[in-house]
Design a protein around this ligand. Structure first.
Ligand SMILES: [Ca+2]
Length: 406
């Protein structure tokens, strides 16, 4: 193929290339095609980004964690880290050791993808030390994502209260989401998975498309759990007032864009079709009625994409997506520090199955290229945060806290 970067950046042209590439992959019996448009080695739809021009230095600060999931930075530089099994710990400011085991965390259902998930400090933590965390909670019907908060006094959570519960709870241990992100107005975004209620083999509007339940949604609440009056309003009967956006599958990374203030997230596709999304109030992201991914076990190729893959004009197109092989994205940060000027404004997301850190270069809200980093580590990267010092901090499923410097 003779293609220019401009060709590759055009969605229609790009999609055609993906389809051709997928067909070739099928004919050749390979699962991944490495051609001009797939220089990242994952059969991806995006053009390669200009190389960073440097190789970040990776330092393991500790490997003593157990399935760490989320983290935030305390005002004194220490770090608050959740572990999927149900514990929350405080790390020393240099990240080298666990200096506190936090008490007062309610019981979590730790199974499969469920457990203790994200954690975030209140925007006013310095004056009133509220901490918010997401977890899988047991209840009638099985389990579901919940969000609680408590005041962190020493290493104890006090005044603990549940401020949100996903509904309905379901059996199974997949697709809980869940990231917590504060908006500039101090309202809280909660990214919620579909609890695998939706199937790409039999797409219905019963769950992630159903506004009367909070499966496959982003919800926005106030810090006390009440619903902001300026959330989007939906005409559908029974629509819940907390919903911000819908048609999501399993969003496990989220961040606020540093210049627009808008919410972005990453979500898992089924077999392929992982997405980076810009999330606007009231918008529908298509799952499970559209996906660039395929039902599990499908023969690789564009022919198996759910309803042809293309989201527009009925649903919001992802900013970027990964086909035909899932990278399993988790964790998202926009780089806004002064330590990596080459990455200014880039979206950085972790990959679990894809064992890498992905850098997505944007022009406004559009992708212009992407690069796979840290592939040689072989780590499932769960959480991506920019530290107050401007360096990047990553949590891995193997129990490590990594710092990227240069
Ligand atoms: Ca979508």
């Amino acid at each position: 193929m003779s293609l220019t970067t401009a060709d590759l950046a055009r969605p229609n042209r790009r999609e055609a290339i993906v389809r051709i590439a997928a067909l070739w992959a099928g004919v050749g019996g390979a699962t991944v095609l490495g051609s001009g448009c797939n220089s990242d080695g994952n059969g991806n739809a995006a053009p390669a980004a200009a190389p960073s021009g440097f190789t970040p230095v990776v330092t393991t600060l500790t490997s003593a964690l157990s399935s760490p999931w989320g983290m935030d930075f305390l005002p004194d530089g220490r770090m608050l880290v959740t572990q999927k099994g149900g514990s929350m710990v405080i790390l020393s400011a240099d990240g080298s050791s666990i200096v506190g085991n936090v008490s007062g965390v309610p019981a979590v259902v730790s199974a499969g993808q469920g457990g203790l998930l994200d954690v975030v400090l209140d925007p006013d933590f310095a004056t009133d030390p509220w901490v918010y965390w997401a977890y899988a909670e047991a209840g009638t019907g099985g389990s579901g994502t919940a969000v609680a908060r408590g005041r962190l006094v020493g290493a104890a959570l006090q005044d603990v209260a549940v401020i949100f519960r996903q509904a309905p709870k379901r059996s199974g241990s997949s697709h809980f989401g869940c990231r917590l992100v504060f908006r500039a107005d101090k309202t809280l975004f909660i990214t919620l998975g579909d609890r695998q209620a939706d199937s790409p083999s039999n797409p219905t509007a019963d769950h992630a498309q159903n506004l009367a339940r909070t499966l496959g949604k982003v919800v926005r609440i106030r810090r006390d759990g009440s619903i902001p009056g300026d959330n989007p309003r939906f005409a559908a009967a029974g629509a819940l007032p907390g919903i911000w956006s819908y048609g999501h599958r399993n969003p496990q990374g989220a961040a606020i864009h540093p210049t627009t203030g808008e919410l972005w997230l990453v979500e898992h596709g089924p077999q392929g079709g992982d997405e980076l999304n810009r999330v606007l109030p009231g918008h529908n992201h298509g799952w499970p009625l559209r996906s660039y991914g395929c039902p599990y076990g499908s023969f690789p190729g564009a022919g198996c994409q759910v309803a042809g893959g293309t989201h527009a004009p009925d649903y919001d197109e992802p900013v970027s997506y990964w086909v035909p092989t899932s990278i399993a994205p988790s964790g998202l940060a926009f780089y806004s520090g002064d330590k990596f000027p080459e990455w200014q404004g880039n979206a950085l997301l972790g990959a679990l199955a894809g064992t890498a850190l992905w850098r997505v270069v944007l022009d406004g809200n559009a992708e212009v290229g992407r690069e796979r980093l840290l592939a040689d580590l072989g780590e499932r990267i769960r959480c991506v945060r920019q530290g107050p010092d401007g360096w990047l901090y990553l949590l891995t499923d193997s129990g490590r806290l990594l710092r990227l410097t240069r």
